[in-house]
Design a protein around this ligand. Sequence first.
Ligand SMILES: C[S@@+](CC[C@H](N)C(=O)[O-])C[C@H]1O[C@@H](n2cnc3c(N)ncnc32)[C@H](O)[C@@H]1O
Length: 178
Amino acid sequence: MSIIDQLTELERQSQQRGIPIVGSAKGAWLLQKVQELKPKKILELGTANGYSGIILGSAGASITTIEIDENIAEEAMRNFTECKINAEIILGDGVSIVQELAQKNKHCFDLIFIDFAKRQYLPVLENCIQLVRQGGLIIADNISFDGCQDYKDAVLSHPHLKTDIIDIKDGLSCSEKK
Ligand SMILES: C[S@@+](CC[C@H](N)C(=O)[O-])C[C@H]1O[C@@H](n2cnc3c(N)ncnc32)[C@H](O)[C@@H]1O
């Protein structure tokens, strides 16, 4: 049974409780990406209850994921443990934590998944480019939201990125660092 099928009940509960997870259609696309790229280290901005983190970590990567809400982060940790995902949750504001990680200059991620406060996508972009390895991916969710337009324009025209827009539901962007 694929991890997407195993997460059907968590998806159903999340929808019922209004937790805005990526869901199974985008989840299947993310799963295919991690199976192709075989990332070892993943950074996620916006953990929620761990639904996307479980998919991203399901091919064996270690995942560092940032969440501002302590209660939902506790749920995520329980879900990661249950699914045997190698995950560390950093509690706090994604913008400042990503800046701190970039300043330390010792982290190199194979894949970064951005799925938190929509208007904060652009402010984290340059730090994410610094944190991802060459050939690695920066994937952002909900890219057709109004609040993400400045980020979308920036990744499509950025000299260090090659970006595709993935037309599933409200869209994802997938930027490879040149
Ligand atoms: C769309 S949900 C994440 C869904 C998750 N990626 C999934 O698909 O399973 C966005 C999450 O980002 C968190 N968040 C919002 N603003 C944040 C911030 N400034 N820093 C860190 N997390 C934030 C919210 O609490 C929420 O849980």
